[in-house]
Unconditional design. Structure first.
Length: 368
């Protein structure tokens, strides 16, 4: 099977020669560590980790990811030097307290976000989120043509990524202020969500005028270690109607089946039935530290395509622990179908090169 054929079979719960071989991502710091432990510089050329070629090609229009697609982005600059830490304004207009010279591998302290009131929204943020800015679409014709060619030659799935509704709101207001705003500023929330719909519809309409999509994938992060960050009633009031409009219109624009993929951290099981009301097909990455067990959740939701669910912490624990973990997951999920094994987040730098190579070998052995 080609990677494209394999990916499509996973999404339709058909038999495959082996489960897709890929990774969620690997920290740059982990790669740097592994180079000191024997990782050759040409590891990609050697395909040392035994990854498949990509089964998906991205259209690549900037529709946001963990933040809204600001155009122009905010200026990244140091607001205040605090000695060992500094307050930095990032491209999304947030003020973050970070360790000086280090922005990755820890959770910064968020000082403020760009929206506190309707005036912030109208005067500072809204002009940066104009769905009709021609600059947004300058490269679309070329990237869509490339995706179409790759699908025609290799049967790759064509995907467009976007910022999810909750993630969009959280980036604009911050998680704590957003919770208050749901109660005290509901009109502002609905105003911002109507604009999210405009952004999504404008981008997808332009894409789908050129190429039909196989997948719409949104970054959402609406869960924490015990479940949803907001109540199901709030999801239904502030998110679902807007998702139903965006996904419904996107599907109506084309004949090809369009899969809807939601990425969320945390214990995601309670989110599944809610997002199914918006047409959910695929969810990832099933964070084990929050209690996600892909085998059990896969039995509960037998038609849900799942990616992830391998505990990145186990990779640092040793070979015996890696073996037990994979022996529990891989055979059961291959029999179930609809599963792509990856770590439940990026592979961190506490994982040794030896352990990661053992993990990659065992995934392939158990999948044969």
């Amino acid at each position: 099977m080609t990677s494209g054929d394999r990916y499509r079979a996973i999404y339709t719960f058909e038999p495959v020669d082996h489960l897709p071989r890929q990774e969620f991502y690997i920290w740059v710091e982990a790669i740097d560590r592994w180079k000191t432990e024997g990782l050759p510089r040409d590891y990609d050329d050697q395909n040392l980790f035994n990854f498949d070629p990509p089964g998906v090609v991205e259209v690549g229009l900037d529709m946001g990811a963990c933040e809204p697609p600001f155009l122009p982005a905010y200026e990244t600059k140091i607001i205040q030097d605090e000695g060992t830490t500094e307050i930095v304004q990032d491209f999304a207009g947030r003020w973050l307290r970070c360790f000086k010279g280090r922005r990755h591998g820890f959770m910064p302290d968020y000082i403020k976000h760009p929206v506190t009131c309707i005036r912030d929204w109208e005067e500072d943020v809204l002009p940066r989120l104009n769905p009709d800015s021609p600059e947004r679409y300058w490269t679309l014709k070329g990237t869509a043509a490339y995706a179409s060619e790759r699908r025609g030659v290799e049967n790759l799935m064509v995907r467009q990524a976007a910022v999810g509704g909750y993630m969009y709101l959280r980036a604009l207001m911050g998680p704590e202020d957003l919770l208050v705003a749901f109660c005290l500023q509901p009109d502002l929330i609905h105003t911002m969500m109507r604009h999210w719909v405009s952004l999504m519809n404008a981008g997808l309409e332009r894409i789908q005028a050129i190429i039909e999509l196989d997948e719409l994938a949104v970054s959402e992060d609406i869960c924490y270690r015990k479940g949803l960050l907001i109540s199901p009633d709030m999801v239904r009031e502030f998110l679902l109607p807007y998702y139903q409009e965006v996904v419904g219109k996107a599907r109506a624009r084309q004949q090809r089946r369009l899969y809807f993929n939601v990425d969320t951290d945390g214990f995601a099981d309670p989110a599944v039935p809610l997002y199914m009301e918006a047409g959910l097909d695929v969810m990832d990455p099933w964070e084990v530290a929050s209690g996600c067990d892909v085998v059990e959740i896969g039995r509960k939701w037998p038609k849900l395509v799942m990616t992830g669910g391998i505990d990145k912490r186990i990779l640092a624990a040793g070979k015996d622990e890696i073996d037990k973990h994979l022996e529990y997951i891989i055979p059961a999920m291959k029999e179930r179908g609809g599963y792509i094994p990856t770590c439940d987040h990026g592979v961190p730098d506490d994982v040794s090169f030896e352990n990661y190579m053992h993990y990659r070998r065992r995934v392939c052995e158990l999948d044969n």
